[in-house]
Each structure stands twice: as structure tokens, then as C-alpha cells.
Write a new protein. Structure first.
Length: 250
């Protein structure tokens, strides 16, 4: 059975991707911060297929290292990897602290070394596919949502995507990324009450030429396509899944 690893698969786009892969008969492993939410997600998703969960705090390198040492044993048939974990809280550049900065870049450090371990398994298995969740903010600054450290980290993830696509091509591993605009997910819970996220984000509908904000399922559909053999001639791409935002000004 094919196996997929989703880093940050307990909520939002990662969880939506896990659901789609399970429906396709893929065994899914999820890395997320431990606790009650992770247990609930495991129980919820298990009705759709085989799910494994691993509590890992991505901000703690020792926990990341511990997971990478068991990855090959736990997921010997790994074919898909999705780096989906994230955090977002607009804050002006002049107010950013070192702690703010580290929050975002700790994710990239974790992605880097988890991807390294996953790619080694894929290489030994004859290939695989990796999708990173980047961001429109890495390509375009939005004055209303100042996010310099977040955008810097996401731009780095876009760059890593292209470098790995080149380096891993000989091992038959494809590496792509999606670059969403405003999507209704719990990531906005850092500054919006969770039960008001959907309502609050409707104010951004007109920001998108298509006329609405995105859903986690919108992004998950593209991620699963990029993982699949249907996109076998696509690698190193950063796909704008953004309701048309990057096409021009609305």
C-alpha cells in the first residue's frame, strides 16, 4: 500500500489532503503537535482508511531528529510527502521580535530535515512526489497584512522546492509547491477567534478576481493532483492556487 506523510495534517489544508488520500486508498501518516486535537483527528480520519499519527513539536529540533530516525522503519513504502504545517500572524516589521522570526523559520528547518529523510526512503523505493505549501505572500506584499518573517520563510520554501526538483529528479522524485491566497483554515486563529474565522475572511472575497476566498478542499485537490501520476511531467513548479490574485490587481 502506498504511504503518505503529511507534516501538519491535523487541520486545514493538510487535513483536507489527508482525507482525499485516504479516500484513494493511500495509508496516511500525520505529524502534528501532540494533544487532544491530534487524537481526535486520528479517530475521525480512521473511518476513511489507515492513519498513523506522530506527535512532534516542529519547533524542537530534537523531536524532529527523533522522528527522522524512525521514518524509514515506520514508513517503508513512503511515496508522498506534503509539508503543510504553518503559522500566520500579521505584525509590522519594526515590531517583530526574534521569537516572532524563529516561529516561522523553525518550520522550514523541520521541513528541510524531514524532507531529507523522506527523500532517502523514496530514492530507495524508486521515486516519489513531494508538495510544499507555500504562499502568495512570498510573491507579493500586502500592506494590510504585514508579514515579513512569514513571507521570507515561505519564499525560502518556494526556493527549496525548485532546488530539490533539480537535485532529486535523477531519483525519480518530483517536487512542487502550491501558493495559496486567502484560504479559510484555522491558521488565522492566532489573531481571529476560531468561531469567527469563516465570517471574518469573507471581507477578502473581492480581493480575489474569482470573487471568493479559498477553501482547504480547493488546495487539497491541487495537492493530490500534483502528488499523483496525472502530473508526472510537472516538477519544480510553484502553482498559484489563489482565485486569480497573482494575475493582476482587482
Amino acid at each position: 500500500m502506498k504511504q503518505a506523510l503529511i507534516v501538519g495534517g491535523s487541520t486545514g489544508m493538510g487535513k483536507a489532503t489527508a482525507e482525499r488520500l485516504l479516500e484513494q486508498g493511500v495509508e496516511v501518516a500525520i505529524i502534528a503537535r501532540g494533544g487532544e486535537n491530534l487524537d481526535e483527528v486520528a479517530k475521525e480520519l480512521s473511518v476513511k482508511g489507515s492513519v498513523k499519527v506522530y506527535p512532534v513539536d516542529l519547533s524542537k529540533l530534537e523531536e524532529v531528529r527523533k522522528f527522522t530516525t524512525i521514518l524509514a522503519t515506520e514508513l517503508p513504502n513512503l511515496e508522498y510527502l506534503v509539508n503543510a504545517a504553518g503559522y500566520f500572524k500579521p505584525k509590522s516589521f519594526l515590531e517583530h521580535t526574534e521569537e516572532d522570526y524563529e516561529i516561522y523559520h523553525d518550520f522550514n528547518k523541520a521541513f528541510f530535515f524531514i524532507t531529507q529523510a523522506a527523500a532517502q526512503v523514496m530514492k530507495e523505493n524508486g521515486g516519489g512526489s513531494i508538495v510544499n505549501i507555500g504562499s502568495m505572500w512570498a510573491k507579493q506584499a500586502i500592506k494590510a497584512t504585514p508579514s515579513s518573517a512569514y513571507s521570507m520563510a515561505k519564499a525560502g520554501l518556494h526556493s527549496l522546492t525548485q532546488h530539490l526538483a533539480m537535485e532529486l529528479a535523477d531519483s525519480k522524485i518530483r517536487v512542487n509547491a502550491v501558493s495559496p491566497a486567502v484560504v479559510v483554515t484555522p491558521i488565522y486563529g492566532s489573531f481571529i477567534e476560531k468561531d469567527k474565522i469563516t465570517e471574518s475572511l469573507q471581507g477578502f472575497n473581492d480581493f480575489h478576481p474569482i470573487g471568493r476566498v479559498g477553501t482547504a478542499e480547493d488546495i487539497a485537490k491541487t495537492i493530490t493532483f500534483l502528488l499523483s501520476d496525472d502530473s508526472s511531467w510537472v516538477t519544480g513548479a510553484i502553482w498559484d492556487i489563489d482565485g486569480g490574485v497573482m494575475a493582476g490587481r482587482n
